[in-house]
Design a protein around this ligand. Structure first.
Ligand SMILES: Cc1cc2nc3c(=O)[nH]c(=O)nc-3n(C[C@H](O)[C@H](O)[C@H](O)COP(=O)(O)OP(=O)(O)OC[C@H]3O[C@@H](n4cnc5c(N)ncnc54)[C@H](O)[C@@H]3O)c2cc1C
Length: 459
C-alpha cells in the first residue's frame, strides 16, 4: 500500500499522477476537505477544482478527517501508520494502515511574532483570516489591519477585497492598513528570480493593481508592536511602529490605528511532527528545520518520500511540482515507465521554483531582534501562558542551555498546539542566551503527532 499523508497541493499532485498510472494510493488528511491550506476555496475563478475528478477515482482510497498520530517501522520493513478519525464523537475511530511506501506531504503552519497584547481576541494569523475568507466567505471583522512580512499578505488582501466588494451591509468593512516589515529596496533577489519564473511577474502585478484600485497602500518597514483592548477585552486598536533593517524600532515612530482585526503573518514554519516520528534527516533552511530530500524527493529513510512545504516553504506551485516528481519516482519503483523528457522538464521546473523560494526566504527572513519590541511580560507560549521573562529566567538562573531545556523548565511549547505557534520563537530567545547555535533540526521532536485519547494510547 502507498500512503500519502496530506491532501494539499503536493499530496494531490502525487495522487493524481499515481492513479493515472493505475497505481493504488490511500490518501490521509485530518481535514474534512481535500486541497490542504491552498485549495480552501474548492474552485478557482473559472469554477474549476483542479483535482475534483480524483474524489471518485477507483485507484484512490480517501481517509479524510483522519490524523496520523504515530508511525512505526515493522520487522518486515513496512510501516504501521496509526490513525484516528474524527467521527464527531468524543472517541475517534482508530485504524492501523500497513504501508510499504509513504509520501509525506504535511505542509507548514503560520508563523507569527509575539508583541504586547497579541493574545487579545481580534488578533489572528493571516492564515486564519484567509481560511475564513476562502472557505466560508466570511470577513473576520469590519476594520482589518494586515501586518507582518512576506508575500502571503497579497493573496490575503485579495481575498478580503473580493469579499468587501460584494458586501451589502450598511457599514462597509474595510482594510485600514497593510504593513510590511521589509523595505522595497531589499526585493531585488525576488525580482531576479522572477525573471526565471515569468508567471510570478503577472501574479505580482495583479496583486499590486488590485491594491492600487482599492486605494489600499502597503506601508513598508512598519510592524505591529502592541494591541489594545476595549472595555469588553476585545481588540480596539494596534500600535504600528517603524523599524530599521535589523528589526529595531525607530524611536518616536509609533502610530495608533483603530481596528477590530489584526491579521499577522511572518511566513510559515514547515511541519516536522511526522518527520521527527519517522526519524527523517532534516536540514536547516534559514533557521527552519525542513525534511532533507534528494533530487527524486526521497528522504533518508528507505521507501519514504517527502514533497511540498515539509521540504521547505515555497508556495503551492512548488508543492505541486515536488508532489509530481515524487510520484514519478514512486511509479518507477513499481516498474511503471515514466516519460524521461517529462521528468526532466519537471526537475527543471523544480530548480526554477526553488530559486524563487530561496530568494523569498532570504528577503523576508525574520531576525531575532523582534524580541527587542517586547519586555518580560510579553507572553511567548500562549497555550501555557509562559512569558518572555520566565523563559529568560530559565537561562539566566535555572541552567537552561537550549530551546528544549528552556521548555522543560517553563512548559513553553507543551500545551495543546504542541509548540506549533511558539517553538520557533522560543528558539530565538534561546539564541540570545545560549552559546548553542539557535537552530537545531530536532529540538521540537514529538512522540505523538495528533490529539489522541488516553484509551488509544493505552491500547
Ligand atoms: C493557514 C494557511 C493558509 C494558507 N493559505 C494560502 C493561500 O490562500 N494561498 C497561498 O498561496 N498559500 C497559502 N498558504 C501557504 C500554503 O501552505 C502552501 O502554499 C501550500 O498549500 C503548500 O502545499 P502542501 O501540499 O505542501 O501543504 P498543505 O497545503 O499545508 O497540505 C498539508 C496537508 O497535510 C495535512 N496534515 C498535516 N499533518 C497531518 C497528520 N498528522 N495527519 C493527517 N493529515 C495531516 C493537513 O491537514 C493539510 O491538509 C497557506 C498556509 C497556511 C498555513
Amino acid at each position: 500500500m502507498i500512503v500519502i499523508i496530506g491532501a494539499g497541493p503536493a499530496g494531490l499532485a502525487a495522487a493524481k499522477f499515481l492513479a493515472q498510472k493505475k497505481i493504488r494510493v490511500t490518501i490521509v488528511d485530518s481535514q474534512s476537505h481535500t486541497g490542504g491550506q491552498y485549495w480552501r476555496h474548492h474552485r478557482d475563478e473559472r469554477g474549476i477544482h483542479p483535482y475534483e475528478e480524483l474524489s471518485s477515482h477507483p485507484f484512490i482510497e480517501w481517509k479524510l478527517r483522519t490524523s496520523v498520530w504515530q508511525i512505526e517501522k515493522s520487522n518486515t520493513g513496512s510501516f504501521h501508520i496509526h490513525t484516528i478519525t474524527n467521527n464527531g464523537k468524543e472517541d475517534g475511530a482508530t485504524e492501523i494502515l500497513d504501508a510499504q511506501q509513504i509520501l509525506l506531504a504535511t505542509g507548514a503552519y503560520d508563523r507569527t511574532l509575539p508583541f504586547h497584547g497579541w493574545t487579545t481576541p481580534g488578533v489572528m494569523t493571516q492564515g486564519a483570516v484567509q481560511a475564513l475568507a476562502k472557505e466560508h466567505r466570511v470577513l473576520a471583522g469590519k476594520k482589518i489591519v494586515l501586518a507582518g512580512s512576506g508575500p502571503f499578505t497579497y493573496p490575503v488582501a485579495q481575498s478580503l477585497l473580493k469579499l468587501i466588494s460584494k458586501d451589502s451591509s450598511g457599514s462597509k468593512p474595510e482594510i485600514v492598513g497593510v504593513y510590511e516589515a521589509r523595505s522595497q529596496w531589499r526585493m531585488w533577489p525576488i525580482a531576479l528570480a522572477m525573471a526565471l519564473n515569468p508567471l510570478k511577474i503577472g501574479e505580482a502585478l495583479g496583486y499590486l493593481r488590485l491594491l492600487k484600485q482599492s486605494g489600499v497602500a502597503m506601508q513598508r518597514k512598519k510592524v505591529i508592536t502592541a494591541a489594545h483592548r476595549n472595555s469588553e477585552g476585545e481588540l480596539k486598536a494596534v500600535t504600528v511602529s517603524a523599524i530599521d533593517k535589523n528589526y529595531v524600532i525607530v524611536p518616536g515612530s509609533d502610530e495608533y490605528i483603530e481596528c477590530d482585526i489584526a491579521a499577522i503573518s511572518y511566513g510559515f514554519t514547515p511541519d516536522m511532527t511526522l518527520a521527527g516520528i519517522l526519524g527523517l534527516e532534516r536540514k536547516l533552511v534559514k533557521d527552519d528545520a525542513v525534511v532533507a530530500v534528494n533530487t527524486k524527493q526521497e528522504t533518508s529513510v528507505a521507501n519514504v518520500w517527502a514533497a511540498g512545504e515539509v521540504t521547505g516553504v515555497g508556495g503551492h506551485d512548488l508543492a505541486i511540482t515536488e508532489g509530481l516528481l515524487a510520484a514519478m519516482n514512486i511509479a518507477r519503483t513499481h516498474n511503471v515507465r515514466t516519460n524521461v523528457i517529462h521528468r526532466l522538464i519537471v526537475m527543471k521546473r523544480r530548480i526554477r521554483q526553488h530559486l524563487f523560494a530561496a530568494a523569498t526566504l532570504k528577503v523576508f527572513f525574520v531576525p531575532g531582534q523582534w524580541l527587542s519590541w517586547n519586555d518580560n511580560s510579553t507572553i511567548i507560549c500562549r497555550c501555557e501562558e509562559v512569558t518572555l521573562g520566565e523563559i529568560s529566567h530559565s537561562f539566566q538562573a535555572l541552567g537552561a542551555d537550549s530551546a528544549r531545556t528552556a521548555k522543560l523548565f517553563t512548559r513553553a511549547g507543551m500545551g495543546l498546539c504542541q509548540g506549533r505557534v511558539c517553538h520557533r520563537n522560543v528558539r530565538d530567545v534561546a539564541a540570545l542566551f545560549s552559546h548553542e547555535k539557535s537552530a537545531s533540526t530536532t529540538d521540537n521532536n514529538r512522540p505523538i503527532g495528533a490529539v489522541i485519547t488516553l484509551g488509544e494510547l493505552s491500547d
